[in-house]
Design a protein around this ligand. Structure first.
Ligand code: MF3
Ligand code: CO
Length: 246
């Protein structure tokens, strides 16, 4: 898992460094395709249930699974960039929301709370704890800041397949609640709306947006449960590996 996650993290870093006003999301996805190939990896998303793009690029009120296309990114937009790669038989999955050039305080605070909720969730990913300890850490922090967590999409186990057990909700659920064990690798991925939690799917069949049109942010890491502290596998620059120049 470590090399696959290192590539996923590096590609995400490359893409967020590339994003600027005036680019279309199609151009960003083409850049992503080039970077994934440069590290000798493959997109884990392209072709997954017929998903048509290399990455997910979700702008402003788009929550997740935004399709690349002719939309031009404008100064002040926020973009959630989700990157999953397959490398050496394993999958690394990570996401981050970034501002295009800059953004307003409301967007910045939403991104900051979402990212901090991810790290609180990660801190709860310790052996002996259960999945619900992660969920609770994320949900409490988000809701204490007046935002809401999306219910329809959840984090997940990740390994040789992108979506493995267990599901990792960003809210406390009454369903399955596995105990966390050393060696498990899970993707923790809070999706946080500035307004109501409700989302809907656009007619393109993929893009998920907030029903009330409010902004949404998404941060994700693939994490290894160890005997002690969790290890964040999708940390850019963590593992040295060869690539062609950016
Ligand atoms: N990171 C997302 C997930 O874990 C992205 C899946 S997009 C898809 O579910 F297109 F591949 F479905
Ligand atoms: Co994921």
């Amino acid at each position: 898992m470590r090399p696959a996650c290192a590539v996923a993290a590096q590609v995400l870093d490359d893409i967020t460094g590339y994003i600027k006003p005036g680019l279309t999301t199609q151009q960003v996805d083409e850049f992503a395709a080039e970077r994934i190939a440069a590290y000798g990896a493959k997109s884990a998303f392209l072709g997954y249930r017929k998903y048509p793009c290399y990455t997910c690029l979700s702008v402003n009120e788009e929550v997740v699974h935004g399709l690349a296309g002719g939309r031009e990114l404008r100064f002040g937009d926020i973009v959630s960039v989700d990157v999953g790669v397959r490398h050496g038989g394993f999958i690394g999955d990570n996401a981050r929301t970034v501002a295009v050039g800059g953004c307003g305080v409301a967007a910045q605070q939403l991104m900051e709370v979402t990212e901090r909720s991810l790290y609180l969730g990660i801190a709860a990913a310790r052996p002996g704890n259960r999945v619900s300890d992660i969920s609770r850490a994320v949900q409490d922090f988000v809701e204490n800041h007046g935002y809401s967590v999306v219910r329809e999409f959840v984090g997940h186990g990740v390994g040789r397949s992108m979506h493995e057990e267990p599901q990792v909700p960003n809210f406390v659920d009454t369903g399955m609640n596995d105990r966390l064990r050393p060696g498990m690798t899970i993707a923790i991925e809070p999706m946080v709306n500035a307004g109501r939690p409700d989302v809907k799917r656009l007619k393109d069949g993929w893009t998920i947006v907030t029903t009330d049109g409010s902004l949404s942010a998404h941060f994700e890491h693939t994490v290894l449960i160890t005997d002690g502290e969790p290890e964040i596998l999708t940390w850019a620059g963590k593992t040295p590996f060869k690539s062609k120049a950016a």
